[in-house]
Ligand binder design. Structure first.
Ligand code: UDP
Ligand code: MG
Length: 314
């Protein structure tokens, strides 16, 4: 079984030398143990880094035949870089993992045994979140629950550390959407799957490439790419308000016919007006979000362009 390990890298010069060393050692070990075939390799995807990332990758490909690299023409974000790597890598199975060595590389050995046992998709799931800040842990776990309650199929506490068989990759290729949320798409593929648990460490070096702003954008992406629940909620809100307005109308009629205090009310006119205006704007905003998605999808823009490759024979 020929294995490819795909690693998206964005400004990772601080961790790359160590990552290359550890991955190479692991490959040598697994080839030695005959768990993977000769020709297994690591494919680094440089996601338009602005530092020395690409030159480090290029250098490594010269020194080591089991290291390959592709460089995207500009920064496209983690998910797209990952897809670029998955769809261009060769091999019978592909494992994707981050460059920062947070995920225990040794879990790959178990992933490969699960693959041999017949799984097409092996999800890496972190055992604990004790290396995360309280804030990250709270928001991340809450987010997985939210997705679950919105009906998005997702593997709890699984990020992008996973093994995919050739068959799974070829199925993934058929998804043409531009709003990529792999964690949601992969379970949609079906096929036999397995889970491998591992410990997650701190980032080996460098800073997180996911600042809060990107994280929020990613979270919102996950919801709007998979769930129409926010749209449906509008119907619910609309229903609630029409019910409310019936009651207000009944109350107004009662005052009009059964009491003498029918003072033309300014407050009761203006307050609901503003309130309903606000609600309507919110609803239009949510509809707009989905329209924006449709707009992007119908354009069928290509996801990425490979600018250069290195270490690939032919
Ligand atoms: N990454 C990327 N493009 C980006 C941002 C991140 O390819 O625009 C890569 C990054 O190099 C790393 C992985 O995605 O290999 C995960 O990023 P990071 O470790 O910074 O995220 P965190 O673990 O902090 O959520
Ligand atoms: Mg990380």
């Amino acid at each position: 079984m020929k294995l490819a390990i795909v690693i998206p890298c964005y400004n990772e010069e601080a961790v790359l030398p160590e990552a290359i060393k550890r991955l190479d050692a692991l490959l040598v070990e697994m080839v030695g143990a005959e768990s993977i075939a000769e020709g297994s390799h690591v494919l680094f995807v440089d996601d338009g880094s602005k530092d020395k990332t690409w030159s480090i990758i290029e250098q490594a490909t010269v020194e080591n035949p089991s290291i390959k690299g592709i460089k995207l023409s500009r920064n496209r974000g983690h998910q797209t870089a990952l897809v670029a790597g998955l769809l261009s890598a060769e091999g019978d199975a592909i494992i994707s993992v981050d460059a920062d060595l947070q995920d225990d590389l040794n879990a790959m050995v178990q992933m490969i045994s699960a693959y041999r046992a017949g799984a097409d998709i092996v999800y890496g799931v972190r055992k604990r979140r004790d290396t995360d800040t309280y804030f990250k842990r709270f928001t991340a776990e809450g987010y997985y629950r939210l997705l679950d309650s919105l009906g998005v199929e997702i593997v709890f506490n699984h990020a992008d550390y996973r093994l995919l068989s050739r068959r799974a990759i070829e199925s993934l290729r058929k998804f043409e959407e531009s709003n990529l949320f792999l964690r949601g798409i992969i379970p949609q593929l079906g096929f036999p799957s397995a889970i491998v648990y591992y410990d997650r460490a701190e980032r080996f070096a460098g800073e997180s490439k996911y600042p809060l702003k990107k994280m929020l954008a990613f979270a919102w992406q996950g919801i709007t790419s998979f769930s129409a629940a926010p749209l449906r909620a509008i119907t619910g809100i609309g229903l609630l308000f029409s019910l409310g307005s019936f009651m207000v109308a009944a109350w107004a009629l009662w005052i009009r016919f059964f009491s003498d205090s029918a003072v033309p009310g300014w407050t009761s006119t203006v307050v609901p007006m503003y309130f309903l205006g606000g609600v309507q704007l919110l609803c239009i905003g949510i509809i707009g979000e989905y329209l924006a998605k449709i707009y992007l999808e119908v354009k069928r823009r290509p996801h990425f362009f490979v600018e250069k490759t290195a270490g690939q024979e032919k």
